[in-house]
Design a protein around this ligand. Structure first.
Ligand SMILES: [Fe+2]
Length: 199
């Protein structure tokens, strides 16, 4: 892919992405970059206006199943950064999955439970459960806390915002079966954009 793609092209989003890129360029580790990005990410989650209704809709054909939609908002032409909204209908949950890149994930609408898993003895064990409300967010810093599952606990559809340092909808990652430890190749895709030809 050539050049950046703004599926949602607004001055606010361009300013957000520029700020994130500056923070990453100045940081000497993902931890430091995450801390530097936190204030502007919190601002985005607190802003009621910037995300149009179409990016908050569930998707019958989404790659996560269960009507879950992964909407592209922005991705870098070199695959180094993406911003997406993940829409999970009431009662639906994602498969257990990984991300393979560091970033920040926060809740924008609704409430979710997040189950964090760790690989143990050939299987995957639930190591933490977090309840999230609007404005709550967390850092993904693989390999720590990279494997999780999220479930909407509100009567309304939940919308979470993911800022990740890869092209999260298009990279091949994994889903996991907690009991057998089986991992399967997985690509979520985007509701509103293609992944292009395979590498
Ligand atoms: Fe996730």
């Amino acid at each position: 892919m050539n050049g950046d793609e703004y599926a949602l092209d607004t001055p606010l989003l361009r300013e957000f992405v520029a700020g994130v890129r500056a923070a990453i360029a100045e940081a000497d580790s993902p931890e430091v970059a995450c801390d530097a990005i936190r204030p502007r990410f919190a601002e985005l989650l607190a802003d009621d206006e910037w995300l149009p209704a179409r990016f908050r809709e569930s998707a019958a054909e989404g790659g996560m199943g269960g009507g879950i939609g992964t909407w592209l908002l922005f991705r870098a032409g070199d695959g180094s950064l993406s911003l997406v909204s993940l829409v999970v209908p009431p009662g639906a949950q994602t498969p257990i999955h990984d991300h393979l890149a560091w970033g920040l994930v926060g809740l924008y609408r609704g409430t979710q439970d997040e189950d964090v898993y760790a690989e143990r003895d050939g299987g995957f064990e639930l190591v933490e459960r977090r309840a999230l409300g609007p404005g709550d967010f967390y850092a993904l810093l693989p390999p720590r806390d990279d494997i999780h599952r999220v479930r909407t606990t509100s009567a309304e559809t939940s919308v979470s915002i993911h800022l990740l340092t890869n092209d999260i909808g298009c990279i091949w990652r994994h889903t996991f079966d907690a009991e057998s430890g089986e991992r399967s190749p997985f690509r979520s895709g985007y509701v509103n954009s293609d992944c292009g030809a395979p590498d």
